[in-house]
Design a protein around this ligand. Structure first.
Ligand SMILES: NC(=O)C1=CN([C@@H]2O[C@H](COP(=O)(O)OP(=O)(O)OC[C@H]3O[C@@H](n4cnc5c(N)ncnc54)[C@H](O)[C@@H]3O)[C@@H](O)[C@H]2O)C=CC1
Ligand SMILES: O=C1[C@@H](O)[C@H](O)[C@@H](O)[C@H](O)[C@H]1O
Length: 336
C-alpha cells in the first residue's frame, strides 16, 4: 500500500523530507506540493523528477482527493491553520515543530482532532527517534543510574540569521528540549526561569545570546539548558542525566578519532540536518507505517501542546525575569 503525500512548504526541511520519502523511505510517494514561493515548489519537483501536482494554496492541496496525508513544513505561524484544515478533511498530517505558535493554537488543534475521534496528527519532534536519546532513556527506564535528579543540557548552533530574535531561542530552539525531556524523564515541567549571561559579540541587537533556561519537574528534577545559537564552533547537542547511582550522557555522534600533528581530534557537525539525519528518517517512516496500520504512534498533538505550554511560560520568564509556573492540564484518555 502506497501512501500519497502532499507537502505544504518546500523550504529547507520540507524539501529534505520530500527527498527522504522519495529516495530513502518505503511506502510513501510525493504526489502534490505547495509553497507560497511557487518556483521553489517547482524546483523540488524538477530535482526529484516527481509527477506531482503543484497547488496554488495549501488548502487546495489538502482537498486534493489524490492526497492521503499532508506534511506541514511551512513557517510556524501557518501550522495551526493547515493542521486544522487537514483534520477537518479527515487526513493524516505530519506537522513540523512547533505544532502551533501558542498553546491556544495547539488547543484548537486538539479540539479538532478529538472531534474527529481519531488520532490524525504527528508532530515533527524527532529526538525521541534518535538512537542516542533512546540509549539515554533506556539507561533511565532500566534503573541503571537510579532515579534522575539533575539534567544538564546544551543546544548550540554555529550561527543564526538576523531574523532570529530572543523569544525564538525558546519557541524555535529550546522547544526540542521541552519535548524530549518530558519523554526522557516521563515527567512534566512545573516551573521555568531564564537567565541571561554576558552576551556574545556575535549576536545582533534583537537577540540575547546565550541564554540559560532553568526548569523544574513535578518529581523535583532540576534541569539547566544552555541555548547558545551563535557559538561559532558547531551544531552541538548535549544532555547529561545525573541519577542517584550514576550519570548517563547523550552519546556523541559517531566520527573519526584522528591522531595527527600532535593532536587527538574528532570533527563536530555544523548542521542540524546532519546531526539528526537518521532520526528524521525513522520518524517519517513511523508516520507512513502508522497510516498504513491506521494507528499513529509518534509525538501527538498533546505532546505538541505540552511543549507549547512550557514554551509560553519560558518566553514569559524571559520577559518577567521571574520564576514562572507551568500548569499542565490532565491528559485525556484519547491521548494516553
Ligand atoms: N524538526 C527539526 O529539526 C526542524 C524543524 N523545522 C521547522 O520546520 C518549519 C520550516 O522550517 P524551514 O524549512 O527551516 O524554513 P524555510 O523558510 O526554509 O521553509 C519554509 C517554507 O514554507 C513556505 N511557506 C511559508 N508560508 C507558507 C504558506 N502559507 N503556504 C505555503 N508555503 C509557505 C516558505 O515559502 C518556505 O519555502 C518551521 O516550523 C521550523 O521550525 C526546521 C528545521 C529543523
Ligand atoms: O528545529 C531546528 C531549527 O529550527 C532550530 O533553529 C535549531 O536550533 C534546531 O536545533 C533545529 O532542530
Amino acid at each position: 500500500m502506497t501512501i500519497n503525500i502532499g507537502v505544504i512548504g518546500t523550504g529547507a526541511i520540507g524539501a529534505d523530507h520530500a527527498r527522504r520519502i522519495s529516495k530513502t523511505l518505503i511506502g510513501g510517494k510525493i504526489v502534490a506540493v505547495n509553497d507560497v514561493n511557487i518556483s521553489q515548489a517547482q524546483s523540488l519537483v524538477d530535482e526529484l523528477g516527481l509527477s506531482a501536482t503543484i497547488h496554488n494554496s495549501g488548502h487546495d492541496l489538502i482537498h486534493d482527493d489524490g492526497v492521503d496525508a499532508v506534511l506541514v513544513t511551512s513557517w510556524g505561524p501557518t501550522h495551526e491553520e493547515f493542521v486544522v484544515a487537514a483534520i477537518n478533511a479527515g487526513k493524516y498530517v505530519f506537522c513540523e515543530k512547533p505544532l502551533a505558535t501558542s498553546a491556544q493554537g495547539c488547543r484548537n488543534i486538539i479540539e479538532a482532532e478529538m472531534q474527529a475521534q481519531k488520532r490524525l496528527v504527528q508532530v515533527g519532534f524527532m529526538r525521541p527517534y534518535d538512537s542516542g536519546y533512546l540509549q539515554l532513556k533506556n539507561a533511565i527506564d532500566s534503573g541503571l543510574i537510579g532515579e534522575p535528579l539533575i539534567v544538564h543540557c546544551a543546544h548550540r548552533n554555529p550561527s543564526v540569521p538576523d531574523t532570529y530574535h530572543t523569544p525564538m531561542a525558546i519557541h524555535d530552539t529550546l522547544i526540542h528540549e521541552l519535548d524530549v525531556l518530558r519523554w526522557l524523564l516521563n515527567d512534566e515541567f512545573v516551573s521555568a526561569q531564564v537567565v541571561f549571561p554576558r552576551k556574545t559579540k556575535y549576536a545582533h541587537s534583537a537577540l540575547a545570546d546565550p541564554q540559560i533556561v532553568l526548569l523544574e519537574t513535578k518529581k523535583g528534577v532540576r534541569i539547566d539548558v544552555e541555548v547558545f545559537v551563535n557559538c561559532q564552533y558547531g551544531y552541538d547537542i548535549q544532555c547529561s542525566v545525573v541519577g542517584e547511582e550514576g550519570i548517563a550522557n547523550l552519546p556523541e555522534p559517531q566520527s573519526l578519532l584522528l591522531r595527527k600533528e600532535a593532536k587527538l581530534s574528532n570533527d563536530i557537525l555544523m548542521d542540524w540536518k546532519d546531526r539528526f539525519i537518521a532520526a528524521y528518517d525513522v520518524e517519517l517512516q513511523a508516520f507512513i507505517n502508522g497510516i498504513s496500520n491506521n494507528k499513529l504512534t509518534g509525538p501527538s498533538a498533546w505532546d505538541g501542546m505540552a511543549a507549547s505550554i512550557a514554551s509560553d511560560a519560558c518566553v514569559k520568564a524571559q520577559q518577567s525575569q521571574q520564576i514562572e509556573p507551568i500548569t499542565m492540564p490532565e491528559q485525556p484518555a484519547f491521548y494516553r
